[in-house]
Design a binder for this molecule. Sequence first.
Ligand code: ATP
Ligand code: MG
Length: 220
Amino acid sequence: MTALIVGRGLGMCYPGSSAGVFEALNFEVASGEFVAILGRSGSGKSTLLHLLGAMEQPTSGSLTIGGIKLDGLDDIAQTAFRRRHLGFVFQAYNLVPTLTVAENLRLPLDLNGIAEGDSIAQMLEALGLENRARRYPDQLSGGEQQRVAIGRALIHAPDLILADEPTGNLDAETSAEVLALLQRLVRTRRHTLIVATHSLDAARNADRIFQLDHGRLVSP
Ligand SMILES: Nc1ncnc2c1ncn2[C@@H]1O[C@H](COP(=O)(O)OP(=O)(O)OP(=O)(O)O)[C@@H](O)[C@H]1O
Ligand SMILES: [Mg+2]
């Protein structure tokens, strides 16, 4: 498999902080791989996802995704990259509250100028939410909202799915269902998936685990 992501000497220090979150991270992620990022609170899991998601610029080193060098992209290029190549799943679901389930799923297609075809109907079925299409997010359970968010992250067939504590707000049983759904969809659609999590359960089926510890990536 070819490397989708290549990080070389990657370092991040937030402006005004005396110490960097991490420095000199070196890693590769193959296309189609599922990687879990583990580490205690504050170890930099979300920060690493923000770099991978072109939401922050690294302070040192280089980061390439699908041949595109992310360090040095300007704001407009970063936004265009995110929109086309990435799908995000957040702990707090982050659905648009004024849009229905079907309209939330349509957003990434509209933003990328992709004709809908029957992809929304297919996605609703894959999510098991056929009978929720016209509901608004506040009319759904947390588990249902996160299923919609997973659909929204995948529907435009991005190269890379980034998930930050995707089951952090859900009970154990719902977490297991949501994780199983995410993993099944990612495997069948051959996406690359990176999940930052405290949960060993969420990491259990990962192809590899990246453990962040005191600014380094270590093997668990
Ligand atoms: N925007 C920011 N500005 C300055 N410092 C930040 C910012 N975001 C995070 N940090 C700092 O960077 C470090 C890593 O934070 P990060 O959120 O990446 O950790 P995390 O591993 O995701 O933690 P958690 O498990 O609690 O989500 C922390 O010391 C945090 O205070
Ligand atoms: Mg975090």
